[in-house]
Design a protein around this ligand. Structure first.
Ligand SMILES: C[S@@+](CC[C@H](N)C(=O)[O-])C[C@H]1O[C@@H](n2cnc3c(N)ncnc32)[C@H](O)[C@@H]1O
Length: 235
């Protein structure tokens, strides 16, 4: 199986082509089922209907190694649907992680200023030598590559804690490849799947070392026939 790449496609169709028990850790951020749209009008595919939820987590369970872990972000307004899908797939709920933000994502009846994820087990994973806390401070990612881009700083401790060095991290809802960039930065292999060609393109550019901003800059430079000598790598 070819790793260290992001596949363009529907994870419910792509995961069945992967061998069983190939991933050491799954870290994923599926659509929250909230019909999200940001100020620039960017939206997320499959963010209304939940028909993909059960098949996706059934396959995630199959491709995860025995006695291994999955961390899944989720939308708290649809906790019941996510919970049902995880349990139906065979996962045990073994932890809940809260990510407090220093800003509110929305303000209605309350100022909504945290994200959530569940820690899900297949079998009985061995506890890490130095367990991390279940409250992890959130840093704003800037959402440059994707409207709901997760900050690398919250992903890397999860990968270091739950995936062995050199192991394979799978993200079936990879967006702009934040999980994959984080995995690479801490010496893990990675495999991502992304349905939307726009975000897949952003992910490929990011993995190839260019931020979306730099790619747009290069596109503009090319369009004006300026000589392009700017090949600075993304930080
Ligand atoms: C919440 S976003 C992930 C953002 C990502 N964590 C990042 O930092 O860029 C969820 C992503 O899942 C993708 N998606 C939705 N349904 C999918 C499916 N069936 N297979 C693969 N990707 C899917 C969406 O296009 C979206 O980019």
């Amino acid at each position: 199986m070819q790793t260290n790449r992001i596949i363009l496609g529907d994870c419910c169709r792509v995961m069945p082509t992967l061998p069983p028990a190939c991933a050491d850790f799954i870290l994923t951020d599926p659509p929250y089922l909230v019909n999200y749209k940001d100020r620039e009008g960017r939206s997320i595919k499959n963010d209304i209907e939940a028909d993909w939820l059960m098949p996706a987590f059934r396959e995630a369970y199959r491709v995860l190694k025995p006695d291994s872990l999955c961390v899944s972000f989720y939308g708290w307004t649809k906790t019941d649907l996510f919970y049902a899908a995880w349990k139906a797939a065979g996962f045990r709920i073994v932890g809940h992680i809260t990510f407090p933000k220093r800003y509110a994502s929305a303000s209605r009846l309350m100022r909504y200023s945290h994200e959530n994820a569940y820690l899900l087990a297949k079998g009985s994973p061995r506890p890490p030598e130095h367990p991390i806390g279940d409250v992890i401070d959130w840093n704003y990612s800037g959402n440059r590559h994707h409207p709901t881009e997760k900050p690398l700083s919250v992903l890397t401790p999860l990968i270091e804690s739950f995936c062995p060095r050199g192991g394979l991290v799978l993200d079936p809802f990879a967006g702009s490849a934040s999980t994959l960039v984080a995995a690479r930065s801490v010496g893990r292999q990675y495999l991502g799947i992304e349905l939307d060609p726009t975000y897949h393109g952003a992910a490929v550019r990011r993995l190839n070392g260019y931020s979306a901003g730099q790619a747009a800059y290069l596109d503009r430079e090319r369009a004006t026939s300026a000589s392009v000598c700017y090949m600075e790598r993304a930080a």
